[in-house]
Design a protein around this ligand. Structure first.
Ligand code: F6P
Length: 419
C-alpha cells in the first residue's frame, strides 16, 4: 500500500494556562517533526484566533534544541489561550465550515488541542463534525489544567507544578507567621484556585513535614462551607496558637450554593462558559474573622502566581507534560480522532505511570472532584490518601535557565504582537 504523504499539523492551547502547558506544546512539536510532518502551525489564542485567521508556523519560532528546552520552562500559554465555547453543530454550521475551510487551506492532517474539560468539548465537537462531513482530519486532546479535574485521567499536567508551588508557598507563609508576636493573635487566610475541585487547596497540606505543622485547617469546595463552624474553629485554634494559617478554595460555597467570594464583593464578570470570576474569598473571610475574633488578619490570594511559577516546577510534571504532548501527536498520527490522552498510574512508590487514549465524549464537560473519603470527617483537612496521591507528582526540579539573575523564557520579537 502506498503511504499517504504526511502534510501539516496544527496545535492550540486553551483554557487557564499552567507552568507545564508549553512543555506539552514542545512535545507535540518535536513528535510532529520526528514523525515526518512538514509544518506545525500554532493557533494564536486557540480556536478563537484560528477562526480569525491567526496562526503561526512554529518552526519560525522554535529554531533549536535550546528553544525546545526554553519552551518547556516557559510558563503561561506561549501561543495565547482562549475561553471560547463552540456552539452545537446544529446551531451554527457556518462556524464549523469556516474552521474546516481554514484547516483544508493549511493542509492539516492532525489537530491537537491542549486544554481542560471545556477545551475537550472543542475536540469532541470538531471530531463529530469531521465524521458528519467525511473529513479525515484527526482531532486529539492533550490534557492540561492546574485544577486536576479532568475525568478518566489519574491527574493532569500542570497540577503537579501548581501543587508544588502551593505547598512551598504555604510553608513559607507559615514560617513568616512565626516571626512577629501579636498579643491578640493573627489569622492568615490563603485563597487557592480550583472552582469546584479541591485538588489545589488540598495540596497546601504538602507544607506539613518534620519542620512545619502545615496549615491549621483546609476548606475544599467539595463540601458546603459553614460560617459558624468556621469561626468556632478559628476561635478554638487561637486559644492555643499565636498564628493560625488556614487555606480556602476560591470556590467554597455556603449551604444554599452561594460562593463565599460573592458575599464580599460585587465583581460580576462571567466568562464564555458561564463561569463567574472568583476572587476575594480570603479577603471576605478575614473581615468576618477580624470582627468576630478581634485579631490581626491577612488575606493572601495566590491567584495567577500558582499557575505561572515555572521557577518552582515539578520535574515529574514537566516531563509528563512533554510526553503527553508527544502521545497526543502520536495518537493522531496513527489515526485516532475524538480522543484525549490520559495518564494511568501504575504505582505510587516508586512512582510509575504511562499514557493511553480515551474517548473524549466521556471526558468533555465532566469534572472530577476530590473523593469524600480523602477529606476528613469534619471537612477541615485532607487525609493521608490525598497526600500519597499528590506527593509523587511534585518530585524533582527543572531548573530555570537564568539570565541576569532572572529565569529566561522563550520569546520572539514580533510574535507577541500577534497575541
Ligand atoms: O482553568 C483553571 C483556572 O486557573 C481555575 O482554577 C480558575 O478558577 C480559573 O482558571 C481562573 O480563570 P481566569 O484566569 O480566566 O480568571
Amino acid at each position: 500500500m502506498v503511504q499517504k504523504k504526511k502534510r501539516n499539523v496544527i496545535v492550540g492551547q486553551s483554557g487557564g494556562p499552567t507552568a507545564a502547558i508549553n512543555s506539552s506544546l514542545a512535545g507535540v512539536y518535536r513528535t510532529a517533526i520526528d514523525r515526518g510532518y512538514q509544518k506545525v502551525y500554532g493557533m494564536i489564542h486557540g480556536v478563537q484566533g484560528l477562526m480569525e485567521g491567526r496562526y503561526v508556523d512554529l518552526s519560525d519560532h522554535i529554531q533549536s534544541g535550546l528553544d525546545i528546552e526554553l519552551l518547556k520552562r516557559t510558563p503561561s500559554a506561549y501561543l495565547g489561550s482562549c475561553r471560547y465555547k463552540l456552539p452545537e453543530i446544529f446551531e451554527s454550521k457556518e462556524i464549523y465550515e469556516k474552521i474546516f475551510e481554514i484547516l483544508v487551506k493549511l493542509e492539516i492532517d492532525c489537530f491537537i488541542y491542549i486544554g481542560g474539560n471545556d477545551s475537550m468539548d472543542t475536540i469532541k465537537k470538531l471530531s463529530d463534525y469531521a465524521i458528519i462531513t467525511g473529513s479525515d482530519i484527526r482531532f486529539v486532546g492533550c490534557p492540561k489544567t492546574i485544577d486536576n479535574d479532568l475525568a478518566l485521567t489519574d491527574h493532569t499536567p500542570g497540577y503537579g507544578s501548581a501543587a508544588k508551588y502551593i505547598g512551598t508557598s504555604v510553608k513559607e507563609i507559615i514560617r513568616d507567621s512565626w516571626s512577629l508576636e501579636t498579643t491578640s493573635g493573627q489569622v492568615i487566610i490563603v485563597e487557592v484556585m480550583g472552582r469546584n475541585a479541591g485538588w489545589l487547596t488540598g495540596a497546601t497540606a504538602l507544607a506539613k513535614g518534620e519542620d512545619c505543622d502545615g496549615p491549621d485547617a483546609i476548606y475544599l469546595p467539595e463540601l458546603p462551607f459553614d460560617m459558624d463552624a468556621f469561626i468556632k474553629k478559628i476561635k478554638s485554634l487561637l486559644k492555643n496558637k499565636a498564628s493560625v494559617v488556614v487555606a480556602v478554595s476560591e470556590g467554597i460555597r455556603t449551604k444554599d450554593g452561594k460562593y463565599v467570594s460573592e458575599l464580599g464583593n460585587s465583581i460580576e464578570y462571567v466568562d464564555a462558559f458561564g463561569h463567574k470570576q472568583l476572587t476575594g474569598t480570603a479577603r471576605y473571610l478575614c473581615e468576618v474573622v477580624s470582627q468576630e475574633c478581634g485579631c490581626k488578619t491577612r488575606a493572601i490570594e495566590l491567584s495567577t502566581l500558582q499557575r505561572a511559577a515555572s521557577h518552582c516546577a515539578s520535574r515529574v510534571d514537566i516531563l509528563e507534560a512533554y510526553e503527553v504532548g508527544g502521545a497526543a501527536m502520536k495518537a493522531a498520527d496513527e489515526g485516532d480522532s475524538g480522543k484525549m490522552v490520559v495518564i494511568e498510574r501504575l504505582s505510587d512508590d516508586p512512582y510509575q505511570a504511562g499514557t493511553e487514549v480515551k474517548d473524549v465524549h466521556k471526558i468533555a464537560n465532566d469534572e472530577r472532584t476530590v473523593p469524600r473519603d480523602w477529606i476528613n470527617k469534619d471537612g477541615t483537612y485532607v487525609t493521608n490518601e490525598f497526600i500519597t496521591y499528590v506527593r509523587p507528582l511534585i518530585q524533582g526540579d527543572v531548573g530555570p535557565i537564568m539570565v541576569d539573575g532572572i529565569p529566561r523564557h522563550l520569546y520572539r520579537p514580533g510574535f507577541q504582537d500577534l497575541l
